[in-house]
Each structure stands twice: as structure tokens, then as C-alpha cells.
Design a protein around this ligand. Structure first.
Ligand code: APR
Length: 320
């Protein structure tokens, strides 16, 4: 059992992270920081704490508007930042359009981690995902080594791909292996050549046209949910996905997991955080896997990396 997990941002995603961590008995203590007044984080934690006798969980919960509750955390899940939400005209922003607002919030998050739990593993969920992780790295590179700083995107994007494939094939989601690589934006790359149902190529179950439609839907899946919710973006599946990463590290599962990880040469990329398959174990990123891709997939990945590079260039220009 982990001694302490800290969740930063106690809104939709952070709230599910805290509730799930308690119900899974994942940590002895779960801390939550949220700047929202009057005492949002405390209120969230009290609500969940009062339910722990019902589910038989002895997890201790502590909420605060300030960051000192991070002290001693071995894991940080960062969900602080505004989500995408539908505008009055029915459109909604891209994840990249959240950058300016969320960068400022990210700097407060980085300062909190640096001061109170620089030894923690950091799993970041805030958008634009790859650029926010990059900013955390710029702010924390002397404290948090790159194998301990990860972004959560690939688990969720791959889960969406798996779900759509399972639905189309009429089989259990447990029979589907699928992975989405690249940035967590509209350029993300569902890897059809690695998609399997019961160990067999997905094309044995689903025709090309349906698969192409599934892959397009996967790339836009976050927006589909935003459009339906009206306010805010997906939150249960992102929270479960972040906890999947925490569990793989905490239990030293060495599960091959697509995460937003620091690349220094892999896939021909240097100095950026991009979604790639990694072995997740007790040290965080134990190994980055360079899987074989088709020429089309390689080109799509290069395009996605360029999109990440462009957003990170905005980060480089932004003041600290
Ligand atoms: N420190 C701590 N918490 C903060 C800070 C800060 N400096 N700034 C904002 N927050 C809190 C807000 O008060 C809010 O409660 O972060 C919370 C974010 O919650 P929601 O608005 O419900 O957003 P959520 O759906 O959880 O998404 C969070 O993850 O997937 C991404 O795009 C999404 O960037 C968004 C983030």
C-alpha cells in the first residue's frame, strides 16, 4: 500500500481520483489541494471520508486550499487546470487553447511539488497534456527526474480505441489490445498494426471502413464527450487512467502502458514529452519501447510530434 497520494485540483477528475483511491484502498493517506473557495478540497474530502465506513476503507483524507498537505506524498496526480467546455455558440476550444490559463496554474503546481514532495512520482492530467508535462519538467528538472514525471493520455486514448473496437466486433473489451501514440490532441495516432482481438489482427474482425471511422472517432473522442456534457470534459475515464499508471508503478507491475514520457532520441525525438509505450514499474518509466510501425503510422506520429513541438514552443516563449 502506498503511504500517501496527493491529488492537485479537486474538480471532476481530481474528485474521482480521490474517491477511487479511497475505495481501492490504494493509499493510507490521500491529500487533496484545490484553491477553490470557501473550502472546496476540505468539503470533497469530508464527503468521501464520511462514506469510508460504508465501503470499509480506512484511507485518511485531508483537503486544503494550500499546498502543504502535499508533504510526504509518494505520488502526485495533477488535475489542476481548466477543462474544455462548450461555448454559448455550441463550439468548444481545442486542448491547445487552454494553454495560457493552465500554464499559470501549472507553475503554482510545480512550486508546490518542489517545496513539499520533490521525491514524488508525478502523473499529470491537465491539458494541453504534453505541453503541461513539458512545463512541469522545465520547472522541476532539478528535482523530478524524467523517469518519474509522466503525462496521462495514452491510457485513456487507447481505452477509447479499445472500447470502440470491442463494440464494433461485439466482443469483450478484455479481448482487445490497442494503443494510441503521439500527442494528446487531434493528431494522436491509433496504431492499427498493433490492434489485436484475441491475439488476432483486428482486420480479421472489422472491415477497413469501420476501422477508419473508429480511428477518427478515437482522435476526437474527448471532444465528443465535451459536446454532450455541455459543461466540462470527460472525467471518470481520465481518473481511472491516471490511477492505472499509479498502480503499475506502486505494485511494480512492469505493465507496458502508453504514457506521455520524455524522449531523448527514441522515435527520432529529443527533448519532448510524447505518448509512447513504456514499461511502468517501481522506478516509473523503466524502459521506452520502440515498436515497429507502418510507414503511414510513422508519418502520422511525426506529424503528431510536430504538433506537440509547436505547443511546447509556445511554452518556451511564455514567461516563468
Ligand atoms: N491549485 C490547485 N487547484 C487548482 C488550481 C491551483 N493553482 N487552479 C485551479 N485549480 C482547481 C480548480 O479550482 C478546479 O476545482 O482545478 C480544478 C479543476 O477541476 P475541473 O474544473 O472540474 O476540471 P477537470 O474536468 O477535473 O479537468 C482538469 O484535466 O483533462 C484535463 O482538460 C482538463 O485541464 C483540465 C484538467
Amino acid at each position: 500500500m502506498i503511504d500517501k497520494i496527493a491529488v492537485i485540483g479537486g474538480g471532476n477528475i481530481g474528485g474521482v481520483c480521490v474517491a477511487e483511491a479511497a475505495s481501492r484502498r490504494l493509499a493510507r493517506k490521500v491529500a487533496l489541494v484545490d484553491v477553490k473557495e470557501p473550502d472546496f478540497a476540505k468539503g470533497k474530502c469530508l464527503d468521501i471520508a464520511e462514506g469510508t465506513p460504508v465501503i470499509g476503507s480506512d484511507t485518511l483524507l485531508e483537503g486544503s486550499r494550500t499546498y502543504e498537505v502535499l508533504e510526504g506524498a509518494q505520488f502526485v496526480i495533477n488535475t489542476a487546470g481548466v477543462p474544455r467546455t462548450v461555448r454559448p455558440d455550441g463550439t468548444f476550444p481545442s486542448r491547445e487553447e487552454l494553454l495560457a490559463t493552465n500554464l499559470k496554474i501549472t507553475d503554482a503546481v510545480a512550486a508546490g511539488i518542489e517545496k513539499y514532495c520533490p521525491d514524488a512520482f508525478v502523473v499529470s492530467v491537465a491539458n494541453p497534456l504534453d505541453a503541461i508535462v513539458y512545463r512541469l519538467h522545465l520547472q522541476l528538472k532539478d528535482q523530478v527526474p524524467t523517469h518519474k514525471l509522466l503525462g496521462m493520455a495514452g491510457v485513456l486514448d487507447s481505452a477509447r480505441y479499445k472500447y470502440f473496437v470491442a463494440e464494433a466486433a461485439g466482443v469483450s473489451v478484455e479481448n482487445v489490445e490497442a494503443v494510441v501514440l503521439g500527442g494528446h490532441g487531434d493528431t494522436m495516432v491509433p496504431i492499427r498494426s498493433a490492434c489485436r482481438i484475441y491475439g488476432l489482427p483486428v482486420t480479421a474482425f472489422i472491415d477497413e471502413e469501420t476501422l477508419a471511422a473508429i480511428e477518427t472517432r478515437t482522435r476526437k473522442a474527448g471532444g465528443e464527450v465535451v459536446g454532450m456534457l455541455g459543461v466540462g470534459s470527460a472525467f471518470v475515464s481520465p481518473a481511472w487512467s491516471a490511477l492505472e499508471m499509479v498502480e503499475s508503478i506502486a505494485y511494480d507491475k512492469r505493465k507496458i502502458t502508453p504514457v506521455c514520457a520524455y524522449l531523448d532520441g527514441q522515435y527520432g525525438v529529443d527533448g519532448l514529452f510524447v505518448g509512447v509505450p513504456v514499461v511502468l514499474g517501481r522506478n516509473g518509466v523503466e524502459k521506452i519501447l520502440e515498436i515497429e510501425l507502418t510507414d503511414d503510422e510513422k508519418a502520422a506520429l511525426a506529424n503528431s510530434v510536430e504538433a506537440v513541438r509547436k505547443t511546447c514552443a509556445e511554452v518556451d516563449k511564455a514567461e516563468f
